[in-house]
Design a protein around this ligand. Structure first.
Ligand SMILES: NC(=O)c1ccc[n+]([C@@H]2O[C@H](COP(=O)([O-])OP(=O)(O)OC[C@H]3O[C@@H](n4cnc5c(N)ncnc54)[C@H](O)[C@@H]3O)[C@@H](O)[C@H]2O)c1
Ligand SMILES: [Zn+2]
Length: 364
């Protein structure tokens, strides 16, 4: 098991990464919570029952009073309605300040649970028990919680750090391959922004990772968690600029997702395309080498992620329009996180529209 510490203004917390952790969760959480307390295990029916049973058995054995709460699957769970339904269940079951929410599932479960914990009785503690690769390497770390509104994604939420994160890599055995591969885009991102050794490891171990070798998964989850933990510990509220490097591949990627109206591609697949466009821009501006660009392309290919915008039914203009809209929302400035070399990126503003259009065009 690997342990990573995260600093937060509200409470520092540990991220635990390893095999077999769900079966030890009761014992691990007893150190942080009063074991007699009530626990709302927030999860989804689509989280395989084996994982739910393991966590339940371990928590009960440690003395926790376990209640189950099921969110609907998909993004529709991230709504104000669902948030208040969860709050009502907590009230009905007599949850008090010293009780807790444990989120067992992907990013959707973690985001809603963390926000409910922020507002229930003005705040109770919660734990992230992420069971998707995306949640283990990204959404469970950093305390961002939110629900969506009809106007857009993640518009209402809170910075609310968890009391602990328990990432059991064994849960990834049941994860559909497309979900695993898509989240690999975020892992590649961490290599590019901060860790050339992680990038090398991914190049050498793509097969082991896609075959879900537990040691390889533990390595990539703990490396990613360490990198994100470092960034959010130094820039918790996104006020100092550093947290922005986590958006590598996301400025272009969001343009692609928006043009597709969030259909056809999953988030990580759009991020992979975004990283390819960022590298192309990096080469054109003389920031990074063609060699880096080729290595990144090869790595993205090795995880079977998309490398072309062809056949998606979108155009350069439709992608650009979404990016221009984002720009308006961000006080007129689009910031690009561009690679310099493996493990180093920089933030560039003021790129001409024509240059952006031409880079998007290069992926068709
Ligand atoms: N808070 C943050 O900082 C942050 C960062 C990135 C993304 N997010 C959010 O995360 C969400 C996406 O998270 P996600 O990709 O984990 O999707 P998700 O939570 O919707 O999970 C995908 C599906 O897989 C199921 N599932 C979960 N674990 C499983 C397992 N081990 N085996 C099989 N199926 C399993 C889920 O029940 C769900 O149906 C988005 O809402 C996004 O906005 C938040
Ligand atoms: Zn992302």
């Amino acid at each position: 098991m690997k342990t990573i510490q995260v600093k937060s203004l509200k409470q520092n917390y540990s991220i635990l990464v390893g095999s077999g952790l769900l079966s030890k969760s009761g014992m691990l959480l007893k150190k942080v919570f009063n074991p007699g307390c009530r626990v709302m295990l927030v999860t989804q029916k689509t989280v395989p029952i084996g994982h739910r049973k393991k966590a339940e058995a371990s928590l009960r054995k440690a003395g926790f009073q376990v209640f189950f709460y099921y969110l609907p699957q998909d993004e529709k769970a991230k709504s104000a309605n669902e948030l208040f339904r969860l709050v009502a269940a907590l009230l009905k079951n007599g949850f008090e300040r010293g009780d807790a929410i444990f989120a067992l599932g992907g990013g959707v479960t973690g985001d809603v649970s963390g926000f409910a914990a922020a507002v229930y009785l003005r705040g109770i503690r919660y734990v992230q028990m992420p069971t998707t690769l995306l949640a283990q390497v990204d959404s469970s770390i950093g305390g961002k919680t939110a629900v969506n509104t009809p106007e857009g994604k993640n518009l209402v939420g809170a910075f609310n750090p968890p009391a602990m994160v328990i990432s059991d890599v064994d849960t990834l055995k049941t994860l559909p391959s497309r979900e695993l591969r898509a989240a690999m885009a975020e892992v590649i991102k961490y290599g590019v922004i901060a860790d050339p050794k992680l990038f090398d490891f991914l190049e050498a171990n793509a097969k082991k990772i896609t075959a879900k070798n537990p040691k390889a998964l533990e390595r990539i989850v703990s490396d990613s968690a360490r990198i994100k933990a470092g960034v959010v510990s130094r820039d918790e509220f996104e006020t100092k600029g550093e947290r922005m490097i986590l958006n590598y591949g996301h400025t272009f990627g969001h343009g692609v997702e928006g043009a597709l109206k969030y259909q056809k591609l999953v988030h990580g697949e759009a991020v992979a395309l975004g990283m390819l466009m960022a590298a192309e821009m990096g080469v054109r501006l003389g920031l990074c080498s063609g060699n880096f660009q080729r290595r990144q392309l090869q790595l993205i290919r090795s995880f079977d992620l998309p490398v072309s915008l062809d056949r998606l039914g979108i155009t350069t203009k439709s992608i650009f329009r979404v990016m221009a809209h984002d720009k308006k929302k961000k006080s007129g400035k689009l910031r690009f996180v561009l690679p310099e070399r493996n493990g180093l990126v920089s933030i560039v503003t003021g790129i001409e529209d024509a240059a952006i259009l031409s880079v998007i065009d290069s992926l068709f």
